[in-house]
Design a protein around this ligand. Structure first.
Ligand code: 13P
Ligand code: SF4
Length: 383
C-alpha cells in the first residue's frame, strides 16, 4: 500500500543532511550522553522516530516511565499533553523536551479551563451536588448521605485541566485504566453522586457501558449548547462532547466489509472509537493493549485495527505471519504525532548536548502541584 502522508517542514538543523546521516548523528549523541538522556516514544510515532526511542508505550506506560526515569534529560516523542505530564511527574532537576512544540492534540484542545469552570459552576448548583474541594480527605469514600460531583480527566488534556481535577478531588485516567478510575470516582461521588468526564465522550461512554451503565445514564455536556437538565439529572456520568478526529473515521461499514471478505478476520479498536464501532469489534483497548492483542493472535490471523496508521503499519511489519490492516482504507495518520520528525529530534538533541534548554516543557508550579495530585492518584490505582 502506498501511504500518502503529509509533508513536514524541515526548517530545523539537519535539513541539508541525508536521512542516513541524520540517524547516525542522533545515535552518536545518544551514545555520548548515555544515561543523561532518555527518549520516550508513543506508539503513534513514525518508524524513523521509534528506532531511536529507548522506551515505546501508551500514555499510561510513558507517564509511569517518566515518573521512574533517572535521566536528567527526557525527550518526549509524542504530543504536548504527554510531555506536560512527564514534566509534572519527573523530579525537579529533570528536564523534559518536546522535539516539535507544535505537536498538540485536537481532542485535548476541545476542553479548556474557562469552559470546564463554567460547566462546573452550572452543574454543582443545577444538580444539587457538593464540590469535593470542600472535603477534608478527598481520597476517602463518600458517606451514604453525601453526593459529590467528581471530575475525571482523560490524560489527553492540558495540565491546567489536570490541576483543576486535582484541586476538586478528581483524578486522571488513560485508555488503559479508565474502568478502574471510574470505579474510584464513583466511590468518591457517593451512591447519588455523579462523575464529570472530559474531554473524550467516546472513552467515557464506552467505559461506562462496559461497567454496566445504560446509554441514558450518560448525558452530554457541550459548552456551545443549552444544558439538557432532565438528561443531566438522570445521568451517572456527564460526558464532555470531545472526540478524536482520527478515531472518528472508523465506522461499522468498514468492519462489515472486512468480515464480508474474510469471516474469520478479527477486529480490535481503540476506545476513542464510537460505541457502534466498539460494539462491532472483537476487542477494545489502549495502544499497548492493541499491540499485545496482535502479538498474542495465532499465526495466520487477519486483524483489522481501528487506530492510528503508523502504529498499524508497524504492527504489520513486525508480524510477517499475520495480516494486520487499518480498518480505514483512507490512511489517517494523527497529524500532530506526525509533526515529530527526525530533523526536529536531531535539532533538539544537538541543543541539549550543547547545554541549551531546548524546547523545554515547564508546567508552572502553581498548576503542577494539583495536577500531580491527580496524576499520582491515577498511578496509585492498580491496573
Ligand atoms: P493510548 O493511551 O492508548 O496510548 O492513547 C493515546 C492517544 O492519544 C490515542 O489517540
Ligand atoms: Fe489526539 Fe487523536 Fe492524535 Fe490521539 S490520535 S493524539 S487523541 S488527535
Amino acid at each position: 500500500m502506498t501511504l500518502n502522508l503529509p509533508m513536514c517542514d524541515l526548517n530545523a538543523t539537519g535539513g541539508d543532511m541525508s536521512e542516513e546521516e541524520m540517524h547516525q548523528a542522533i545515535d552518536a549523541i545518544k551514545q555520548r550522553m548515555g544515561d543523561d538522556l532518555i527518549i520516550l516514544g508513543h506508539h503513534y510515532q513514525r518508524d524513523s522516530i521509534v528506532q531511536h526511542a529507548d522506551l515505546l508505550g501508551d500514555s499510561f506506560l510513558l507517564s509511569r516511565m517518566a515518573s521512574e526515569s533517572k535521566a536528567e534529560n527526557i525527550v518526549f516523542c509524542g504530543v504536548h499533553f504527554m510531555a506536560e505530564s512527564a514534566d509534572i511527574l519527573s523530579r525537579d532537576e529533570q528536564k523534559v523536551s518536546l522535539p516539535n512544540l507544535r505537536a498538540g492534540c485536537s481532542m485535548a484542545d476541545m476542553a479548556n479551563l474557562e469552559q470546564v469552570e463554567d460547566c462546573w459552576q452550572q452543574l454543582i448548583p443545577g444538580l444539587g451536588l457538593s464540590d469535593p474541594i470542600t472535603r477534608a480527605d478527598q481520597n476517602a469514600p463518600a458517606e451514604e448521605s453525601e453526593s459529590y460531583l467528581v471530575p475525571v480527566t482523560y490524560m489527553n488534556s492540558s495540565a491546567e485541566l489536570k490541576s483543576f481535577v486535582g484541586a476538586h478531588g478528581g483524578i486522571v485516567c488513560t485508555s488503559s485504566n479508565a474502568a478502574g478510575i471510574l470505579d474510584w470516582a464513583f466511590d468518591k461521588a457517593g451512591p447519588n453522586g455523579k462523575v464529570l468526564f472530559f474531554p473524550d465522550q467516546h472513552l467515557g461512554r464506552n467505559t461506562g457501558l462496559a461497567m454496566g451503565l445504560q446509554e441514558d445514564e450518560m448525558a452530554i455536556w457541550s459548552p456551545d449548547d443549552f444544558p439538557d437538565w432532565d438528561a443531566l439529572k438522570k445521568s451517572r456520568i456527564i460526558l464532555w462532547h470531545g472526540y478524536c478526529s482520527v478515531h472518528r473515521r472508523f465506522n461499522t461499514g468498514q468492519i462489515e466489509a472486512l468480515r464480508e471478505q474474510d469471516p474469520e478476520a478479527l477486529v480490535v479498536v481503540h476506545p476513542e472509537c464510537t460505541r457502534e464501532v466498539v460494539d462491532a469489534s472483537d476487542a477494545v483497548g489502549s495502544t499497548e493493549f492493541i499491540k499485545r492483542y496482535v502479538e498474542e493472535a495465532p499465526s495466520g490471523s487477519r486483524i483489522g485495527v481501528g487506530t492510528e496508521i503508523n502504529m498499524v503499519k508497524r504492527l504489520n511489519d513486525q508480524h510477517p505471519g499475520k495480516e494486520i490492516e487499518c480498518l480505514d482504507p483512507m490512511v489517517c495518520p494523527c497529524s500532530t504525532m506526525y509533526m515529530i520528525h527526525p530533523t526536529y529530534l536531531l535539532d533538539v538533541l544537538q541543543r541539549i548536548e550543547a547545554g541549551e534548554e531546548a524546547n523545554r516543557i515547564i508546567v508552572p508550579e502553581e498548576i503542577a502541584e494539583n495536577a500531580k495530585t491527580a496524576l499520582d492518584r491515577m498511578l496509585s490505582i492498580p491496573v
